[in-house]
Design a protein around this ligand. Sequence first.
Ligand code: S3P
Length: 435
Amino acid sequence: MASVVVHPASRVRGHITGPGDKSISHRYALLAALADGITTISGYAPGADCASTLSCLASLGVVISGPTGTPDVPPDQRVVTVTGRGLGGLHASRDPLDAGNSGTTLRLLAGVLAGHPFDSVITGDASLRRRPMRRIIDPLSQMGATLHGTDDRPPLTIRGAALQGIHYTPPLASAQVKSAVLLAGLHASGETVVSEPQLTRDHTEKALPLFGVELIHDHGEIRLRPGQRLRATSVRVPGDASSAACWAVAAAALPGSDITLDAVGLNPTRTGFLSILERAGAQIDIAHEAAIGDEPIGRLRVRHGEMAAIDIGPDEVPGAIDELPLLAAFATHGGALRVTGASELRHKESDRITALATGLRGLGGHVEELEDGFEVLGDRPLSGGTADAAGDHRLAMAFAIAAIGAQAPSHIHHADVVDVSYPGFFDILARISVR
Ligand code: S3P
């Protein structure tokens, strides 16, 4: 599937149960590998990224069965069983570990391996090998491990050691950095404290207690006491908010749309896109359900409302970081959007500012690149055209959601990259689109 044709839609309608959350699936798999006993994870995310985490763990001696079912079975039936090796119990891998396209796999696993007294190499695909690792090299080196990457990029070699806890204030808002330090801290002697400059997704903090690890939250600091072993458990992964965002944005953009999304993760560190869409005029009804594993979930119903111009500043960026391309797509449907304080987008699976602007322009959009963001003006319908996903799953999906509002069919090149997080994305788009 090199190229996909996306047809214009007058509206979208339907009921969707999306895939399990990617960020949470990675964390449950990693913690299960470090736990004593057998953990069962249901709703494990179906994309290639979370498969990369499992295959890296298998190379480190972890016995894993599943996921059961194909990507299109109901999420709850995708079950992974992990036989934990206990804290510090991973075995050295003979070969380099391949994290594929997954920055979360690489950075979180680096935190774990920093505390294992052997050498590891983690690499990945061409996109991952371009991504900056200084952000984890610094704190993990301060804790006592030795890490090296050419020009601070993967392949990353990690010489694990007996770690010391640190008090760390990341220089940037990054859940991956916070999580790498906390995971290393599990293996350290002395307390590990992370103090975030801006709140980022807190799935690691919510996941650790499920495995019996106590964290103390104290005036914006997360404190981890050393010497805590992890206990295996049974966990269920909520629906992925970032995947649900595709359909929420499509419904909010097209008049007459009506989309219901089931069991969506509603962790407030992930739902920035919902408040932004509401501010832009969308009608969103949220029915909260009982939380699973301390992660709030609920059913969303999203409909179009008159579109207002939106401005997203630095404070809102961490809570909507992965949805910014979709929000840009939303604006092409007749809105206007300005995003600033988002230079981190340049370090994602692609340079998400340049590649987003290039792709949306290829579809006929009015987009201006800023150093730390972008502006989109939906002052006329998209003509339709071609856009290249540039090896970035979130861009492939954003271009498709923009293209349904175009006047003619569009071609999304390299669209199969959606499999990184959302296999079946284009089938669902076809099912809910009304021509
Ligand atoms: C993620 C954190 C974010 C996000 C990424 C997933 C995670 O990255 O963009 O898609 O699971 O921790 P940063 O930590 O680099 O901001």
